[in-house]
Design a protein around this ligand. Structure first.
Ligand code: 13P
Length: 251
């Protein structure tokens, strides 16, 4: 059996989808998780469902994460949620810097870094997303763009406990398109190099996920690429059977 340096993580990002009735899907995931190999499973539902889902996964191997947070612990920020509140609701991680937040909410690398620090302050893991646009890849700037995002978004003092990096090419999200395994290997190799040079052993142990149109049909190939330690799954995570089939790539 192959021994992995890092335990893989398959995380589902439900984005703005899901009602309390979706707990049935979560129950199927909890059931299915018992049959999986050595892989961590996490679901990041909308914030309205975190407390309900956290209660449902208690005692199981499934963890619950959030999709965003405010950088401050509390204050006059109508509509926002702090990392402390998300932890209090039962989250153990927070996705920060997803391209949909960077694009639709104008989040900068500095904003993302502040949010990652907020997650750490609350004792949670930050899943920091980076990724180039289609135009940036076409212009041969993908590596430079991701390196800049990574350096600007990942705070000093990161450890394998408080950081997960997700490489999500913007053009691959929800499009059915994926980069070639060679392109994924090149990007994950670069991310690993940067993490190792900044955080030494911790950078070596930090998990780097691939995200963007991951499906049961391509999971094995993508998860088999060097330095890919799991997936951040959008659309396919909404259906328990598809999400579990992706995690099954690690059997
Ligand atoms: P899809 O899996 O739907 O392409 O979304 C990926 C994503 O954005 C996960 O954060």
């Amino acid at each position: 059996m192959m021994v992995r340096a890092r335990r893989p993580l398959v995380a589902g990002n439900w984005k703005m989808n899901g009602l309390r009735s979706s707990a049935a899907e979560l129950s199927r995931i909890i059931q299915g998780a018992k049959e999986l190999g050595a892989v961590d499973l996490m679901l990041c539902p909308p914030a309205t469902l975190i407390a309900l889902f956290a209660a449902a996964v208690a005692g199981s191997a499934v963890r619950i994460g959030a999709q965003d947070c405010h950088a401050e612990p509390s204050g006059a920020f109508t509509g926002d949620l702090s990392a402390e509140m998300l932890r209090d609701a039962g989250a153990s991680a927070i996705i920060v810097g997803h391209s949909e937040r960077r694009i639709h909410h104008n989040e900068t690398d500095a904003d993302v870094r502040a949010k990652a620090l907020a997650a750490r302050r609350a004792g949670l893991c930050a899943i920091i997303c980076v990724g180039e646009t289609h135009g940036e890849r076409e212009n041969g700037r993908a590596l430079a763009v991701v390196e800049r995002q990574l350096d600007g978004s990942v705070p000093d003092g990161a450890t394998a406990e408080n950081l997960v990096v997700a490489y999500e090419p913007v053009w691959a999200i929800g499009s059915g398109l994926t980069p070639t395994p060679a392109d994924v290997a090149e990007m994950h190799g670069l991310i690993r190099e940067r993490l190792q040079s900044r955080f030494a052993k911790e950078g070596q142990a930090t998990r780097i996920l691939y995200g963007g149109s991951v499906k049961p049909s391509n999971a094995k190939e993508l998860m088999g690429v060097a330095e890919v330690d799991g997936a951040l799954v959008g659309g396919a995570s909404l259906k328990a059977d598809e999400f579990l089939a992706i995690a099954d790539a690690y059997r």
